[in-house]
Ligand binder design. Structure first.
Ligand code: KIV
Length: 271
């Protein structure tokens, strides 16, 4: 008797096929069971358990404080909700930069303890050994170039990256290194659209953009941003599909008023 569900799951191979036939890849973040279930049922291709959980879930200013244990907790909550999407989990800051053995140990913990399908690492040439070592254990790896929030203290700002020729050249070289190392896909964050398109055309693996224009193979947004829950964050690349901050605020205010005015609960809302 099989315990596997019949629903066809998205695989890394399918994402590469999608790039080949020009079908765009849709990716969103999730950090908990309920949100992941709604996103998965809507038909998303990839769910990213991003280390943006550090900001969105825990209220930290940067992605640096989140721990491997916390990422595993978020990832296992997401995995329990998923029928179809490919689930990729960020290796958090400090869990892979030391050496390739540390990177492999962290990736194995994520895969084993959460049931995730792949990991994502920030960086290019400097983490090539770690990527290859993780891949040698059969763990799919997604790369991440451009604005890499784990290096925020090196760069100092969250502004657009690789606007200068020298940095753009390095980014293209890094993208090729990640492809050669065996990454199944690559995230490009906040770089000029023309450069992102050039990268997508010069490598065979899918390139998924955030603030990287339309010439790439797919798009990713932070779910809480696109739902308009984080109303104080308004970069140019962000399209808001809802204004949940407003709707939720109205609902909470109404609830408070209903409790205080003794309108809630009414006759039909009690036993
Ligand atoms: O952590 C995250 O949410 C990310 C996306 C912005 C790509 O890395």
């Amino acid at each position: 008797m099989s315990v596997h569900k019949e629903i066809k799951k998205v695989t890394t191979h399918q994402l590469q096929e999608m790039k080949r036939r020009g079908e765009k890849i849709a990716m969103l973040t999730a950090y908990d069971y309920t949100m992941a279930k709604i996103i998965d049922h809507a038909g998303i291709d990839v769910i990213l358990v991003g280390d943006s959980a550090s900001n969105v879930m825990a209220g930290h200013e940067t992605t640096l404080p989140i721990t491997l244990e916390q990422m595993i907790y978020h990832a296992s909550s997401v995995i329990r909700a998923i029928d179809r999407a490919l689930v990729v989990v960020d290796l958090p800051f400090g869990s892979y930069q030391g050496n390739s053995k540390e990177a492999l140990t962290s990736a194995i913990r994520i895969m084993k303890e959460s049931g995730a399908h792949a990991v994502k690492l920030e960086g290019g040439k400097e983490i090539k050994d770690s990527i290859e070592r993780i891949l040698s254990a059969g763990i799919p790896v997604m790369g991440h170039l451009g604005l890499t929030p784990q290096s925020i203290y090196k760069f100092g700002t969250y502004t657009v990256r690789a606007k200068e020729e020298e940095e753009a050249k390095r980014l293209i070289e890094d993208a090729k290194i990640l492809e050669e190392s065996g990454c199944f896909a690559l995230v490009l964050e906040k770089i000029p659209a023309k450069l992102a398109e050039k990268v997508a055309q010069s490598i065979s693996i899918p390139v998924i953009g955030i603030g990287a224009g339309s010439g790439v193979d797919g798009q990713v947004l932070v779910t809480h941003d696109m739902l308009g829950m984080t109303h104080e964050f308004s970069p140019r690349f962000l399209r808001r599909y809802l204004n949940l901050y407003e709707s939720m605020n109205q609902a909470f205010t109404q609830y408070i008023n209903d409790v205080k005015s003794k309108d809630f609960p009414n006759e039909s809302e009690q036993y």
